[in-house]
Design a binder for this molecule. Structure first.
Ligand SMILES: NC(=O)C1=CN([C@@H]2O[C@H](COP(=O)(O)OP(=O)(O)OC[C@H]3O[C@@H](n4cnc5c(N)ncnc54)[C@H](OP(=O)(O)O)[C@@H]3O)[C@@H](O)[C@H]2O)C=CC1
Ligand SMILES: O=C(O)CCC(=O)C(=O)O
Ligand SMILES: [Mg+2]
Length: 737
C-alpha cells in the first residue's frame, strides 16, 4: 500500500457486533465524506482477515489478502495517519481454533493450530498463529498514549437519564481475593537503563549445575527505558487457588476468576490453567495420564476439556461429582451451563469486574440467580483497586449516576508500555534455577531464583512515551482544572522508577501543586469520594489501569464503556481514534442472528468519527472536513437529545435505526451551517429526503426484525448477506447509494 493510495481516513474492518454495525454505518459515512471530498476506506484487522493474510502460499489468488495490520503499523508512525479503530477480537486458543475451522469450511486451505509442533513446518505454523493470538492488534497500532473520557454531551445525558444500578448491602459477602505474596507485584524489581546499558538485552536461565539456556536475546532497550522483571510462584499460586476455592465454599459465595488472557496472552492462560486444575483437582489426580493422552490442555479451559472427554463416561462422572462438591461457579451463561472456567477469554477482568460491581456485587450462579461472589484476582498489582471499590460501596452504598462526577483517564500506553508489552519476554520456567537479565554491556539488570512452573516476565516502558504521557496529563489538567492523580505507588518497584520521571517534569513545568501521586488503592478511594461529590477527577495511570479504569468508571457512570471518547495522539503526529473503551460484544451477534435485533450502541463510533474529521481538518487544512466533523458532533447530540440510541429488546429500534437518525441529524446540521454554501446546498436535499421518508424507513427497519438471520459466517461472514441484513430499508439505501 503506497502512501498515495492511502485514504484520508481509515475505518478498520473488525469482528462481531462493531463490524455488523459498520455494514450499516459505513455506507452512510462514505456518502457524506465523499460529498466533502474526504476519502474513507477500510483496512482489515479482523481475526479472520489476519489469519488469511498469514498464509498466502496456501491460498488461491482470489482468497489472498494483504497484511493490512502490518501496513497500519507503519502508517501510525507517520504524521498523516488518521485511523478510526473499532474494537476487534483478541483471540484465545479456542476462538482461534473456531475461526480456523470456519475458514476451512469456507474452502480456505489453512492448517490446524499445531498444539504439539513436531516439525519445522509445524513450528513455523505455530509461530504465525501465535502472532495472531491474543491482543495482537492494539499494541501494534497504539503508537501514542491514551486519552479516554466521556464527551460532555454524553456525560450530561447519562446524568439526566441515569441507568439502573444494583443495590450494595453493607453485609454483602462479595470480596476480592489476591495473593499478595510471591506474585508479580511482590517479586517485582525495576531499574532505568543508563546510556551505557542501552542496546540489546538478554535473558538467560541458569540451572543449579550451571547450564545456561538463553530464553531471549536481542531485546531492544534504548537508554532511559524503565525495565522491570518479576515472577509469580506456581506453588504459591496453587496454594492460593486451593485456599480460595475452599473459602468460597465455606463462605457460601460463588467462586470467580478474573483475568486478562487476551492482553496478557502468555501469562494469563497459564494462570487460568492452574485454576482449571485446582478446581478439578481430584479429576486431574485420578485421570491425569488419560487427560494428557487425550490432548487436554487446561489452559484452553473447561469447555475444550469437556469436549475432549466426551467419550469417557468415567471421567465425566468424576467431573460432575467434583463440581457438585466444589463451591458454585460464577457463570458466563447460566442458561447454557457456560462457567467462568470454560474459555479463558470469556471473563475479561476490565469488563467483568465493573459489571459485577455495577450489579451491587452480584454474579450469576449455576442456578440462574444472582449471588455474592469471591472475586479471585491472583496477582495483587491491581486487585486492590477493585477491593477498595467494593469496600467503599459496602460502606456508602452504590454510586448515583445522576449526580456522580466524571473520571477521565490519561494512560501510558505507547510502544507496548509496561505489562501489556511483556508477552515476548514472559516464560513458564521449565526447571528450577535462576533467571538473569543482562544489559547490552553485560551488566546484570535483574535476577530471580525460580522453580519449575513459575511464570517469569520482563516488561518495559520507554522514556519518550513516559515523557509524552506526563505532558499529556499536564495539558488535560490545564484544560479541565480539576483534581488530577498519578496512580503510582512509591512502594512498588516499577512505579517508583516512573515517579522519578514524573516529579522533575511537573517541577520544571511549575505545576507540581496541581497533581497528587497516590497508590492505586488510595487513589481509588479518593477518586470515588470526589465523583460522589459531583466533581471530576483525572486518573493518570499506567497501561493496565488505563484499560481497567476506562471500563470501571464509565460502566458505573454511564452504564457502559461503549460511549467513551478514546483518543490516541500518535507520537509522530497522526491520530488514532478508538471507538469506545469496550469490546466486540459477542452476545450482541447471537441476539442479532436469533432475532434480527442489534443492541450495539455506535455512540463510540459517532464520537470517534467527529474527532477524526476535525483532526483531518487540521492535518490537511481541509475546512470541509471540519464542518463535517462539527456537524457530526451535532448529530451525536441529536441522537442523545432525542433518545435515538438502540434499545435493548427485539422489536424496538436498534443499531440500524440509530444510524438513520445520525445520518439525518448530520445532513440537517450540514444543510443548516452557513460557512460553506456548497456543502449546505449538497446536503439540503439529502436532509429533506431523509426527513420525508422517516416513517417508511423506520417501518421497513422494524418489520425486518423478529426472524432468524444468516450472515454466512461468524468470524468471516459473507459481506453480501451481512449487508442485506444490516441494511434492511430499501428506501434508506436508495437515498444513501
Ligand atoms: N479495543 C478493543 O479492541 C477491545 C477488544 N475486546 C475484545 O472484545 C471481545 C469481548 O470482550 P468482553 O470483555 O466480553 O467485552 P465487551 O465489551 O465486548 O462486552 C461486555 C458487555 O459490554 C456491553 N457493551 C459493550 N460494547 C457495547 C456497545 N457498543 N453497545 C452496547 N453494549 C455494549 C454489553 O453488555 P451490557 O450492556 O449488558 O453491559 C456487553 O455484553 C474479546 O475478544 C476482547 O478481547 C475487548 C475490549 C477492547
Ligand atoms: O486489545 C485488547 O485485547 C483489549 C483492549 C482493551 O480492553 C482496552 O484497550 O480497553
Ligand atoms: Mg479494556
Amino acid at each position: 500500500m503506497s502512501d498515495s493510495q492511502m485514504p484520508d481516513i481509515i475505518y478498520t474492518k473488525v469482528d462481531e457486533a462493531p463490524e455488523l454495525a459498520s455494514a450499516s454505518f459505513l455506507p452512510i459515512i462514505q456518502r457524506f465524506a465523499r460529498a466533502a471530498g474526504v476519502s474513507v476506506d477500510t483496512r482489515d484487522i479482523s481475526l479472520a482477515g489476519r489469519i488469511i493474510a498469514a498464509f498466502p502460499e496456501r491460498l488461491t489468488e482470489a482468497q489472498r489478502q494483504d497484511d493490512d495490520l502490518a501496513a497500519l503499523g507503519q502508517l501510525v508512525k507517520k504524521p498523516d495517519a488518521n485511523v478510526i479503530k473499532l474494537p476487534n477480537i483478541s483471540a484465545s486458543a479456542p476462538q482461534l481454533d473456531a475461526a480456523i475451522k470456519e475458514l476451512q469450511g469456507q474452502g480456505y486451505d489453512l492448517p490446524d493450530y499445531p498444539y504439539k509442533p513436531a516439525t519445522d513446518e509445524e513450528r513455523d505454523i505455530q509461530k504465525r498463529y501465535d502472532a495472531i493470538k491474543g491482543s495482537a492488534v492494539n499494541p501494534v497500532l497504539r503508537e501514542g498514549n491514551s486519552d479516554r473520557r466521556a464527551a460532555d454531551a454524553v456525560k450530561k445525558f447519562a446524568q439526566a437519564n441515569p441507568h439502573s444500578m444494583g443495590k450494595w448491602e453493607s453485609d454483602s459477602k462479595t470480596r476480592v481475593a489476591t495473593m499478595g505474596r510471591n506474585d508479580f507485584r511482590s517479586n517485582e524489581v525495576s531499574t532505568t537503563l543508563s546510556d551505557a546499558q542501552a542496546g540489546k538485552a538478554k535473558i538467560v536461565h541458569v540451572a543449579p549445575d550451571g547450564t545456561e539456556t538463553v530464553l531471549k536475546e536481542g531485546v531492544d532497550l534504548p537508554a532511559g527505558t524503565v525495565v522491570d522483571a518479576t515472577f509469580m510462584s506456581a506453588k504459591a499460586l496453587d496454594a492460593f487457588l486451593e485456599r480460595e476455592i475452599e473459602a468460597s465454599k465455606n463462605e457460601g459465595v460463588l467462586f470467580s476468576l478474573h483475568m486478562k488472557a487476551t492482553m496478557m496472552k502468555v501469562s494469563d492462560p497459564i494462570i487460568f490453567g492452574h485454576a482449571v486444575r485446582a478446581y478439578l483437582k481430584p479429576v486431574f489426580e485420578e485421570h491425569g495420564e488419560k487427560l494428557a493422552e487425550l490432548g487436554v490442555n487446561p489452559n484452553s479451559g473447561l469447555g475444550t476439556l469437556l469436549n475432549k472427554v466426551k467419550d469417557e463416561p468415567q471421567i465425566i462422572a468424576d467431573i460432575d461429582a467434583c463440581m457438585a462438591e466444589r463451591p458454585p461457579m460464577y457463570m458466563v451463561d447460566s442458561s447454557k451451563g457456560i462457567t467462568n472456567l470454560h474459555v479463558p477469554s470469556d471473563v475479561i477482568i476490565d469488563a467483568s469486574m465493573p459489571a459485577l460491581i455495577r450489579a451491587g456485587g452480584k454474579g450469576w450462579g449455576p442456578d440462574d440467580a444472582k449471588h455474592d461472589t469471591n472475586c479471585v484476582i491472583p496477582d495483587s498489582s491491581y486487585a486492590g483497586v477493585y477491593d477498595e471499590t467494593i469496600k467503599y460501596f459496602k460502606e456508602t452504598g452504590a454510586l448515583d449516576p445522576a449526580t456522580a462526577g466524571a473520571v477521565q483517564n490519561i494512560g501510558l500506553m505507547a510502544q507496548k508500555a509496561e505489562e501489556y508489552g511483556s508477552h515476548p519476554t514472559t516464560f513458564e520456567i521449565p526447571k528450577d534455577g535462576t533467571v538473569k537479565m543482562y544489559a547490552a554491556n553485560g551488566d546484570l539488570l535483574h535476577e530471580h531464583k525460580v522453580e519449575a512452573g513459575d511464570i517469569w516476565r520482563a516488561a518495559s516502558a520507554r522514556r519518550a512515551p513516559i515523557e509524552d504521557w506526563v505532558k499529556l496529563a499536564i495539558e488535560r489538567q490545564k484544560a479541565e482544572g480539576c483534581e488530577a492523580i498519578f496512580w503510582l505507588d512509591e512502594d512498588r518497584a516499577h512505579d517508583a522508577e516512573l515517579i522519578k520521571f514524573v516529579k522533575p517534569i511537573l517541577e520544571r513545568e511549575g505545576v507540581t501543586d496541581r497533581f497528587k501521586i497516590m497508590s492505586p488503592e488510595k487513589a481509588t478511594r479518593q477518586t470515588l469520594e470526589t465523583i460522589r461529590k459531583g466533581e471530576n477527577s483525572i486518573a493518570i495511570t499506567g497501561n493496565v489501569l488505563r484499560d481497567y479504569l476506562t471500563d470501571l468508571f464509565p460502566i458505573l457512570e454511564l452504564g457502559t464503556s461503549a460511549k467513551m471518547l478514546s483518543i490516541v495522539k500518535l507520537m509522530n503526529g497522526g491520530g488514532l481514534f478508538e471507538t469506545g473503551a469496550g469490546g466486540t460484544a459477542p452476545k450482541h451477534v447471537q441476539d442479532l442472528v436469533a432475532t434480527n435485533h442489534l443492541r450495539w450502541d455506535s455512540l463510540g463510533e459517532f464520537c470517534a468519527l467527529a474527532e477524526s474529521l476535525k483532526f483531518m481538518a487540521d492535518q490537511k487544512n481541509n475546512e470541509k472536513a471540519r464542518l463535517l466533523g462539527l456537524a457530526a458532533e451535532k448529530a451525536t447530540q441529536g441522537v442523545l437529545d432525542n433518545d435515538r440510541s438502540p434499545q435493548r429488546k427485539p422489536g424496538q429500534p436498534d443499531n440500524r435505526h440509530s444510524h438513520y437518525w445520525f445520518g439525518r441529524y448530520w445532513a440537517e446540521a450540514l444543510a443548516a451551517q452557513t460557512e460553506d454554501a456548497d456543502l449546505a446546498a449538497e446536503f439540503a436535499p439529502l436532509a429533506k429526503s431523509l426527513a420525508e421518508n422517516e416513517e417508511k424507513i423506520v417501518s421497513e427497519m422494524i418489520e425486518a426484525q423478529g426472524t432468524k438471520v444468516d450472515l454466512g459466517g461468524y468470524f468471516h461472514p459473507d459481506p453480501e448477506k451481512t449487508a442485506a441484513v444490516m441494511r434492511p430499508s430499501p428506501t434508506l439505501n436508495a437515498i444513501i447509494d
